[in-house]
Design a protein around this ligand. Structure first.
Ligand code: PLP
Length: 458
């Protein structure tokens, strides 16, 4: 692959390691943090360093070490750090005002118009937008909207789902530990199996998986003895994020849409992680030509400024004024960044590059898989790609510790790559969509070295 020289956003030659990682300055910062901040932190265990700044797809720690960033603060930096369009929009807004509650500003109107004009399918230029702050916040408001409109209490979520851990939505997040920690009751959520071809019980052919899942959902909805009270909404990730970058069979979302239509059940599509170009379409649901009734948007839309939004059908807007509240909904900085980001990512040329390069990266991972004993499956769309790590390919026993060790080894070599998955055994590629070719190739080589080293020790 040729190296891109013009318009380069990242630091040349990354990774560059000047000290052992973590270096002495990082250690000092980590020590203070340990003393003063809650022990409820995860990422400081995965990536033990302190950061100074970021540029494109690279970040620099306090000791001057330069890392390739395939982490992006958990898929928030789709345009990378310090993208000129985002910085420009933020600078301009910073001079004007940094907070106002609900009152229209230029940034708010531009964001509303821009977002509306790029929504998927029938939502385009035909939706209402509710401002929220975090991903969980957006999903929670989406569920409230579905329940209010359907007048039915039960929400179907899926195994492997992650929609956040706020009190009203934690029930839709599949890992029960989070509910335990939160101390909130589950609040009328029931679970259907997500079509996860690699691990779908019964080892069905992929064509049958969607059918089995939809049949189960139909039972939940129509059988008075299913044990499920009336269903008032279904919340789904079009490609699962935290669950393991799981791509469902192509017919799954269209079939789910059909079921929702048949029973007048609002379909909530959570694009918090899969949206903003991550999969090579602006929204992952566009791969399947499915229009949501309600859609959750967050993470990369704010380019690092916490904003989120719920877009929904206009006829769902018959809600009371105080249906949803929140001082910080729609921060002007986030909205200014949001419009600028959408304007970059919506371009077909930009998305086409993500699809083409995404295929290249997927193929490179598949080549590594063919030489490896511990990569059970490579899957993904665009730049949402995963390698599922297993102890052996025959029985697919999850390689949770192996994945942890690959992450650690890559970190020590200067590449940030994080895990996900039901068992924390999936290495996920979530590099900025703007990453330069040389950083892709170098990162992939480092991934292969880390896999080889881990395999030898397995
Ligand atoms: C699909 C999805 N929905 C919702 C959330 C929750 O977002 P937040 O962490 O901003 O609350 C996440 C977070 O990872 C997510 O991946």
């Amino acid at each position: 692959m040729s190296m891109q020289v013009s318009n380069r956003l990242s630091i040349e030659g990354a990774p560059v390691l000047k000290t052992k990682v973590p270096g002495p300055k990082s250690l000092e910062f980590l020590e203070v943090q340990d003393k003063l901040e809650t022990s409820s932190r995860s990422y400081t265990g995965f990536f033990k360093f302190a950061l100074d700044y970021g540029k494109g797809s690279t970040v620099v720690d306090m000791d001057g070490n330069v890392f390739i960033d395939w982490f992006g603060g958990v898929s928030v930096m789709n345009l990378g750090h310090g993208h000129p369009a985002v910085i420009g929009a933020l600078r301009e807004q910073l001079e004007k005002m940094t907070h106002v509650t609900e009152i229209p500003t230029e940034a708010r109107i531009r964001y509303l118009k821009t977002l509306n004009s790029v929504l998927p399918g029938k939502m385009k230029d035909n939706s209402k937008i509710l401002m929220t702050v975090t991903g969980a916040d957006a999903c929670e408001a989406a569920v409230s909207l579905a329940r209010f409109n359907s007048k039915k209490p039960t929400i179907i979520a899926f195994t492997g789902s992650y929609h956040g851990i706020a009190g009203g939505i934690v029930g839709a997040t599949s890992n029960y530990h989070y509910r335990d920690y939160a101390g909130f009751a589950s609040q009328n959520y029931v679970y259907a199996p997500y079509p996860y071809p690699y691990r779908f019980s019964g080892q069905s052919k992929s064509e049958d998986i969607s059918k089995q899942v939809i049949t189960r959902i139909e039972e939940m909805i129509t059988d008075p003895y299913s044990g499920v009270p009336p269903v008032g909404g279904i919340i789904v990730e079009p490609i699962q994020g935290e669950g393991g970058y799981i791509v469902p069979p192509d017919d799954f979302l269209p079939m789910l849409r059909e079921t929702c239509d048949e029973h007048s059940i609002p379909l909530i599509i959570d694009e918090v992680q899969s949206g903003i170009g991550r999969t090579g379409k602006l929204w992952a649901s566009e791969h399947y030509n499915v229009t949501p009734d309600i859609m959750c948007i967050s993470k990369s839309v704010g380019g690092g400024i916490p904003i989120s939004s719920v877009a929904y059908r206009k006829d769902f807007d018959n809600i009371p004024k105080a249906f949803h509240l929140g001082t910080y909904r729609g921060n002007p900085l986030g909205l200014a960044a949001g419009a600028a980001i959408l304007n970059v990512v919506k371009e077909e040329k930009f998305l086409e590059r993500v699809r083409t390069k995404g295929k290249y990266v997927l193929n490179r991972f598949e080549e590594i898989q063919s030489r490896s004993k511990i990569i059970g499956e490579v899957r993904g769309k665009g730049y949402m790609i995963s390698n599922e790590i297993v102890k052996n390919k025959e029985d697919k026993t999850p390689g949770t510790e192996l994945a942890g060790s690959i992450r650690e080894s890559m970190f020590k070599k200067g590449v940030l790559m994080h895990t996900c998955g039901h068992f924390g055994n999936v290495m996920r590629f979530m590099a900025p969509l703007t990453i330069e070719d040389d950083l892709l190739d170098r990162g992939i080589s480092i991934f292969e070295q880390a896999v080889k080293e881990t395999e030898v020790r397995a």
